[in-house]
Design a protein around this ligand. Structure first.
Ligand code: GDP
Length: 204
């Protein structure tokens, strides 16, 4: 299937965000979780920079994507949050800046008074090798409560043995009240399923 993808903007604040009302999928995850690699694998182009120098403050990088005959949508790459320990509240700051300040009426609060505002869905990316990290659990709690359509994706699944996969699945089932979709940007595993999920999430 033909995929068109283009970088739109590195938004420093809400006023830089597109206002064309396209549906959005916002990607959230720890730094190094494999967000850029997954974006590139999904659109089969190197539009997102992998392992870009951290520290540059921004609100979001926005890409416009269109697959086959489906309507175009925006992939919104939010800044990565901290590593396994510390940085409590960092995700919340990143997520609040986007879901509450920049896109305040997304999801269930979208009223008739704001028809031009996009529907916003969120994908939480977790590293398949580190299931159940406290800050990922916290991130999911926050997203699940704040965003109508949210789902979890486990990256780098190619790095796990069969036994490790089973163990990770068990842990994920125990800590998340939602299914976790395993994917690999390297082997392409799970990308068809992820596209299906994205199609569902961007449909109004
Ligand atoms: P980001 O900081 O979340 O954007 O993460 P990157 O996409 O830059 O990936 C971080 C590191 O993980 C890089 O060295 C990638 O090559 C590696 N990586 C990302 N996705 C995968 C994957 O699916 N499989 C494997 N084996 N490595 C991956």
């Amino acid at each position: 299937m033909r995929i068109e993808a283009a970088f739109v903007i590195s938004a420093a604040s809400a006023k830089d965000l597109p206002r064309d009302g396209l549906a959005e999928i916002a990607l959230v995850g720890r730094s190094n979780v494999g967000k850029s690699s997954l974006i590139n694998a999904l659109v089969r182009q190197r539009i997102a920079r992998t392992s870009a120098a951290p520290g540059k403050t921004r609100l979001a990088n926005v890409y416009r994507v269109r697959r086959g005959t489906s309507p175009a949508f925006h992939l919104v790459d939010l800044p990565g949050y901290g590593y396994a320990r510390g940085d409590r509240g960092e995700l919340e700051a990143i997520a609040r800046a986007y879901f509450e300040v920049a896109r305040p009426f997304q999801g269930r609060d979208r009223g008739a008074e704001s028809p031009a505002l996009p529907s916003v869905a969120a994908l939480l990316l977790v590293d398949a090798r580190h299931p159940g990290l406290p800050n990922d659990i916290e991130a999911w709690r926050w997203l699940h409560a704040a965003v109508d359509r949210a789902a979890i994706v486990a990256t780098k699944i190619d790095k796990l043995s069969r036994a490790e996969r089973q163990r990770a699945t068990k842990t994920n089932d125990a800590v998340f009240d939602a299914p976790v979709l395993p994917v690999s940007a390297v082997t392409g595993e799970g990308l068809d399923e992820l596209w299906k999920l994205i199609d569902q999430m961007t449909r109004r």
